[in-house]
Design a protein around this ligand. Structure first.
Ligand SMILES: *Cc1c(COP(=O)(O)O)cnc(C)c1O
Length: 373
């Protein structure tokens, strides 16, 4: 049995006529950039999250850069980011001339470890970017209270966590601003690149809008140096068709995760956890296995595609490794990077597919590498 890591076709086929009609409307109205379809989605997404404002932009990386600039972060400021996340979180900080400062992760949730935040704060620290990694909310209330105590801004990176909740409240509504990605394989994905900034602040909203549209507050009034980063009409229209299905897709992912948990329980494989009051959306279902690369190869032989998120923790990647970090600087992120394995996860994954993955993975870890001729 073939089990792909993700299956974008399955979702497209399930909504094909609505999606095709939505795209075709945009084409016939030539409503390509920003415009009514992007605006409609912005309003729907803000409503879904329970936030005041949403500003659509070109992708999730731009969203982080623009959100940071909009909350007043600039050159020379230090911004705390988790040691294990997608590269873009730190890249966005560096791209606005600020300095990403890494904080190690919690070994059980993989999110930024709140206990380590205060030790990383210096007089130059201006913001924290908690990432709700894999779809599991970070310990956001605690992080917000640390930030308030030290006068720091919070930009939540929700690229993997659309619809995830902490104490029943949507992630993306806790900080000064939050960012989302609609990259096609994210839990809410467009038909190309797309992103959004979400905020409850009128000021952050209008700055984000202006920065993303050549510094214009109103047409031809370029009051600052901005950039071109807007949400396409096609992406807005596609996202509006998909948004009403997001909760049922999350429920389906959660039921896939439950089945994985049940079938892999007691095998010694370290499973993802969902602490009380946090709703995991399982953008990724990440397990920890001792001989990861061998296990991944064995799954591949059984027709199962897996992923690694991420093979190298950020401090040890070239642009940051020049700072001379040792494994002891981020012991958790460093120790885990060779063990993390992301199993196939999407709403349309069948019971049989999950069973096949679990059987193959259980066999792979039960037989040490090299024991098979
Ligand atoms: C995908 C992702 C981004 C970047 O989003 P793009 O739309 O691909 O630019 C940023 N942060 C995290 C955690 C992501 O997973």
């Amino acid at each position: 049995m073939r089990v792909p890591f993700v299956d974008l076709q399955a979702q497209y086929q399930s909504l094909k006529s609505d999606l095709d009609a939505a795209v075709s409307r945009v084409l016939s109205e030539t409503a390509f950039i920003a415009g009514k379809y992007s605006a409609a989605f912005e309003e729907q997404f803000a409503d879904y999250l329970g936030a005041e404002h949403c500003v659509g932009v070109a992708n999730g990386t731009d969203a982080i850069e623009i959100a940071l600039l909009s909350v007043g972060i600039g050159p020379g400021d230090e911004v705390l980011v988790p040691a294990n996340t997608f590269f873009a979180t730190a890249e966005a900080v560096a791209n606005i001339g600020a300095v990403p400062v890494f904080v190690d992760i919690d070994p059980t949730t993989y999110d930024i470890d709140p206990h380590l935040i205060e030790a990383a704060i210096t007089p130059l620290t201006k913001a924290i970017i908690p990432v709700h990694l894999y779809g599991l909310p970070a310990e956001i209330e605690r992080i917000v209270s640390i930030a308030r105590k030290h006068g720091l801004k919070i930009v939540e990176d929700c690229a993997q966590a659309h619809g995830a909740t902490y104490q029943g409240q949507m992630v993306g509504t806790f900080g000064d601003a939050a960012t989302f990605s609609f990259y096609p394989s994210k839990n809410l994905g467009a038909f190309g690149d797309g992103g959004a900034i979400v905020t409850n602040s009128d000021e952050v909203r209008s700055l984000a809008r202006a920065i993303s549209n050549h510094g214009q507050l109103t047409k031809n009034r370029h009051s600052m140096i901005g950039r071109n980063s807007r949400l396409d009409g096609i992406q807005g229209a596609v996202l509006s068709v998909k948004l009403p299905h997001l909760d049922s897709w999350i429920d389906a992912r959660r039921s896939r995760a439950e089945l994985y948990n049940k079938l892999l329980g007691g095998t010694g494989i370290v499973l993802p956890i969902e602490p009380d009051a946090r709703r995991h959306t399982y953008h990724l279902y990440v397990v920890r296995v001792p001989e990861r690369d061998a296990a991944q190869a064995r799954l591949k032989e059984a027709g199962i595609d897996t992923g690694i998120h991420y093979p190298t923790a950020l401090p040890y990647l070239e642009p940051f490794a020049r700072r001379g970090y040792t494994p002891n600087d981020f012991p958790v992120a460093h120790a885990q990077m060779g063990r993390l394995l992301s199993l196939p996860m999407y709403a349309e994954l069948t019971d049989e597919m999950v069973e096949h993955v679990c059987t193959a993975l259980t066999a792979a870890v039960a037989t040490p590498a090299g024991a098979i001729a």
